[in-house]
Design a protein around this ligand. Sequence first.
Ligand SMILES: C[S@@+](CC[C@H](N)C(=O)[O-])C[C@H]1O[C@@H](n2cnc3c(N)ncnc32)[C@H](O)[C@@H]1O
Length: 400
Amino acid sequence: MSFDVAEVHFLTDNAPQITAATADLALSKKSMISDIAALRDTFGDQGRAVAELAGARRSVAGKLPQEWLLCHDSAQQTTPMAVSAERARRLKEALGEGVLVHDVTCSIGTEGHAVLDAGLHYLGSDIDMPRLLMAQFNLSLHPSSAASGGKPELLQADALVPATTGADVIIADPARRNNGRRITDPAQLLPPLPSLLETWSSTPIAVKCAPGVDFSGWQGLVSLASVDGGVKEACLYSPQLAQGETREAVVIRGDHLDCLNDLLEDGGGESLAREPGDFIIDPDGAIVRAGLVRHYAIREGLWMLDDRIAYLTGNRIPEGTSGFRFLEEVPLKKLKSALAALKAGSVEILVRGVDVDPDQLRKKLQLKGSAPFAVVVTRIGSRGVALICGPREFSSAATL
Ligand SMILES: C[S@@+](CC[C@H](N)C(=O)[O-])C[C@H]1O[C@@H](n2cnc3c(N)ncnc32)[C@H](O)[C@@H]1O
């Protein structure tokens, strides 16, 4: 759901009253009908829009400032602030101070906040007028707007028809959903990725894509970003925006940010596989998808269980992450009896490299004890194995 122009004007003009009227509403599935009825009493026909705003704000609590204007759809599409901050940092590092960043799919202005925070100049455009009006409101809350007394630089434009020249870099974030359906074909994104790249071919560009997109043909940098264990995006950067690296993982957990790239040592063709150490480590999805498992292993003093499978092992858990204390290796067929002997009551199951469904396996195990364990089901060489481990442990700096 979204807003029309009149609704955004109403929400903008009545922002303080709306914040006050919605602060104590439950806004749960159960209460939604009575909440909307109460809001209609106060705000008349605009009660629905007010309820949507309040629900969207609730959905991003702790992630975005609560005074921002946003609808359900734009809330779902918004970039995590730590990811846009890291992108702005990269643009500043690559292009220098004072450059102009044109965000051609600006939506509600999330990237704009990060760009302004980094001290860069920002121009936002979007094809959708209600989104632009929300961006105008949200960007006017940025300290730099308040300090200059100026209006944010925004315009309505199709990203495939360059409306301005002179930007030093383009940011684009094509929509990956249409009417609730996920779009996987880059040519079907809104706007389509190939047309976007053609339109801005003479300007450095950073384009956000779904993490699963086939980026093997991209000549520049592909940066995979994850937040608290979930891979959020693959951003394609033009070569001018990188320092020679072509793959990067940006791993954000709470306040902890880790960046690694393919300029790190990866051990060449040498095997990194050895016997399990004290801990089994499941590297972050951004590292796996960026193809940086070997680089990460070497940097952290870890090694692999099998060169072709993305599980690592070592005698410590890397800072800011989690791992599992290794207890024993058993053939898959013996897992049930081994866990019974340990009086296991619950088990976190990780599977990679073998065709095992964790939910079905959990049912088959019929655990009756009380102790928590983890099991890593994988392949080492030609053996399908189960590595029985203690429950997930966090390094001292981990914040999950
Ligand atoms: C995924 S959202 C962008 C989210 C934004 N980067 C953020 O972090 O909040 C995609 C945006 O692209 C806009 N859009 C879709 N087609 C467009 C086009 N041809 N030109 C400009 N904007 C377009 C949509 O209106 C929507 O606001």
